[in-house]
Structures are given as structure tokens and as C-alpha cells.
Design a protein around this ligand. Sequence first.
Ligand code: NAD
Length: 333
Amino acid sequence: MQTLIITGAAGFIGSNFVRYMLVRYPAYRLIALDSLTYAGNLANLADVWKNPNFTFIKGDICDESIVNNLAQNADAIVNFAAETHVDRSIATPGQFIQTDVNGTYVLLEAARKHELERILHVSTDEVYGTIDEGSFKEGDALEPNSPYSASKASAEMMVRAYHQTYGLPTIVTRGSNTFGPNQYPEKMLPLFITNLIDDIPVPVYGDGHQMRDWMYVTDHCQGIDLALHHGVPGEAYNVGGDNDRKNIDVVHLLLEYLNKPETLIHHVKDRPGHDRRYSLDVTKSRKIGYTPDTDFESRLRDTVQWYVGHQEWWRTIKEKDQEYQSFMKKWYA
Ligand code: NAD
């Protein structure tokens, strides 16, 4: 495998994945395809921009001609491109179906036409829905509860069909809640860290006892890399951090690290369809070499420090991006 198309590469995980792969595979050529929605940010790619093995193309994964043009000279696709914010999917679900479902179909069709060696679809643990106890295994039913997770699960169904029907060498990864540098500050962790830096209250949904599995972004990249190279075509792989924490407990750690008072916690009305608990069994990924970093507290501290040290990055979004401001104002009104 030598030329990879990385879609959604200007976003949070995609940009970290590009950085990870350029170091790990110096002989690979990476072609980043990103339409630069509100969540895409070229600043996330500034440090790799001049790397001779990296090319950026501004384009939509739903655009068949761009995708086919790139696919004819590529060996594999790794698909990060998606609408990703659950709250936005509740407010405006249509774009999620367009990008996450239709866009995935366009990529699958190009992979079939140009007989690519691999297409890896980056999915989420949210496709399983909620679980009271125990952990999800890859063979469990998909029972998504939000328009976001339903769009991701729908895309997975197309991926599965392309493997079953056409023998396309597909791989799916189902990642858990990911955190680290470059995450758009509408998501819980960067929103809360950046609010706390400015002594602005953090909006905690309901009682805050929703349980999530938290994974540092380079672990997510490692899991995708391993599944891409060692996964069995047609299979799905859970990629998680083995770190189940309640949201409210994570908020308390942030207060501690930033030395802020509990009075900054503001409980707000829970969002509709909010899953209570996600948990992943990552045994299958461990069998192909996956070793997540389980030192959650250290990685969380690093992440807090990153946002403390990169204020221009997030202030440009929070203070100057009207799209960001109008969504946040409407959503939390
Ligand atoms: P993100 O919102 O930060 O980035 C998404 C990127 O996709 C942006 O750069 C955006 O410009 C691009 N994009 C959107 N629509 C596009 C289109 N039609 N054509 C081309 N590019 C388009 O998202 P993220 O958090 O980095 O997530 C990346 C992937 O990982 C997504 O598929 C998401 O479902 C999955 N995932 C995320 C998490 C998480 O916790 N963040 C966990 C599991 C899985």
C-alpha cells in the first residue's frame, strides 16, 4: 500500500492521523481530501503542509468526479470525512445523511471501480446504542439512537453490503470518545477546557452520569493503522481506550487541573435520545497488536495543556467564527 486517500484530514482525528502516518510510513503518499466544512481547519495541517509526501485537495466526498480522479491513482481510502456533532444532528439531520451515508457510498463505488486494495471506514461506538452493563463486541446488534449514530450505522451497512456483494476489501473501525489536540471546541472536552480557562460555566447534560469510554487520539490512530494493515477484509474492529468514566468525573478532573471552582458546573436539560453508557470490548483489536495507553489522567492533563498553550487556535473559532457562535447560541438558548 503506497498511496492513501485520507478524507476529512483537516478535522480533529484525520489531521492527527496524517501526522501519525507520515512519521510511521515515510514511503507512503498521503492525499488529503476535505471539503473544509466549519469543522475542517487547515491550521490543523500546518506542520505537514510542506512534507513532499503530503498533498491537500479541497473537495467533497459526495463529488463523484473528484473522488474518481483521486481513486484511479490510489491504493486505499481511509474515510474520516463526516458530519460528527450529535447536537447538530438533532438540530439539522439532513446534512448527516448526505455526507455520512451518501458520501460513504460514493467512496465505496470509487473503490470498487478502481479496484483499491482497501477501504477503511472510520465509524463510532455510538452505532451500538446504549448498554447498561458489560461491553459491546463487534458482533452485537447496531441500535443507534441519534441521527448522527444512525447515519454512521447506515454507512456501515453500505460498507458491509459492498464487501458481501462485490467482495470489496473493506474494514470498519468503531472508535470510542476521542480526545486530544485540534478538536473543534463544540465537543465536550475542548468546549469545557476552553470555557474553564475563561471562567465561563460548563453546560453538563442532565446529571452528568453518562458513561463514556475515553481514548487519546494517537491510540485511535494506532487502532486504525493496525486495522488497515492487519485487519481481515469485511470485518469490524472496536478501538477504545479501556477507560470508562462518567462525564461528571471527567469534568471534576478538568476543574482540578485548571484550579477552577465547582460553581462553574452548570447542569442543563439533557439532550433527547442521549445514550446513558457506551463501553467497548477491544479484545479483537488487541489480537492484531493494539495497545491503548491506559494512563487517562496523564493524557487528559496533556490535552488541557495543549489548549492552554494554543489559545489562538481555539479563540479564532470561538471568538471569530460566526457559524460557531450562532449554533452555540441557538443550541444552548
Ligand atoms: P471532525 O468534525 O473534527 O472532522 C470532520 C472532517 O470532515 C472536517 O475536516 C470536515 O471539513 C470534513 N468533511 C465533512 N464533510 C465532508 C465532505 N462532504 N467531504 C469532505 N470532507 C468533509 O471529526 P472527527 O472528530 O475528527 O471525526 C472523524 C471521524 O471519526 C468521523 O467519521 C467520526 O464519525 C469518527 N469518530 C469520531 C470520534 C470522536 O470522538 N471524535 C469517535 C469515533 C469515531
